[in-house]
Design a protein around this ligand. Sequence first.
Ligand code: SF4
Length: 376
Amino acid sequence: MSVALEPLPFPPYRELGNETLRERIKLAKSELGKSLLILGHHYQQDEVIEHADLNGDSYQLSKLAAESVDCRTIVFCGVHFMAETADILANRPEKLQSRDGQRVTVILPDLSAGCSMADMAGIRQVEAAWKHLGDMIDTSDITPVTYINSAASLKAFCGRHGGIVCTSSNAKAVLEWSFAQRKRVFFFPDQHLGRNTSLKMGITNAEMPVWNPHDDTLGGNTEQAIKQSRVILWKGHCSVHQMFQADHVASFRKNHPGIKILVHPECPQEVNDIADISGSTSKIIETVQNAPAGTKWAIGTELHLVNRLKKEHPEQEIHFLSPLVCMCATMYRIDLAHLCWCLENLVQGAIVNRIVVREDIAKWSLIALERMLAVK
Ligand code: SF4
């Protein structure tokens, strides 16, 4: 949950055209100097990435920006929850103290750049589910775990209830930590990451009921299923990774002998189970970087990242796993026009589209994030 700020009307920057926008962005960047960091998520379009000071996944970017000594403004070319995480990490108490209380300003160039997965787990729905579960099982036996792709309010819920945050790189270690604390896990908001990780730990689908927040009858479950559960999965998914299907894998294997299938664990179980490699965005990039020339890949993750890998690795044969266009449409809303607009406002001393996480939410989110950092 962020403090609601009124979005300002967006002037007709798109009419300027990309060449002009590019030049004006460069000029604004040079005027703002080292105090500005533009962060570009791996799924962002190339024309925006060109202006980013740092590229990476959401957690890497927030962490790197928070570590910067000079940075006073972060422009996050990602989605809303990423900007919230950057605000929490860059403005945590010890960082504020080191800057004599001066906050780092975090800007999301287009406030409508949300994440459909994060939106599937609203805090009121989560609190209602927790209460329902409390009627059947002891909630002090449950560790709530949220994927970093979630609203700050949900991270704070996990912090308050002895829970933790995970990324797609450390989900298994986080689940192991969670089971060392308590006997069950409630996993938000991505059922696929929760299921794919738990299956690798020997937990069966029969022990993983899915909680549907839109079904008033025990989230669509029987009381017995909840009592037998080890991991309760929230019924959420990424609209991009959900699109990859087992048929796509079969078709590539048939038409491209020797091809390797590389997918993100946000893909459904039937794709993960038959892929050659499943791993986080960083693992996907590293795997391709380290592969010998001539390796053939069909990759199941966001389109802009796969296209960038194709460009950067002409020595390998890289295909997009789906015949459909699977791209993060909300992240795509951040374009040169919005980037230029917020930078030129900064040059004039005006702040547009600022993301500020409420103090109590930031405090408990940070606790959940710090528990994650302590997990080896
Ligand atoms: S790719 Fe999926 S999980 Fe990632 S920001 Fe877009 S909608 Fe959210």
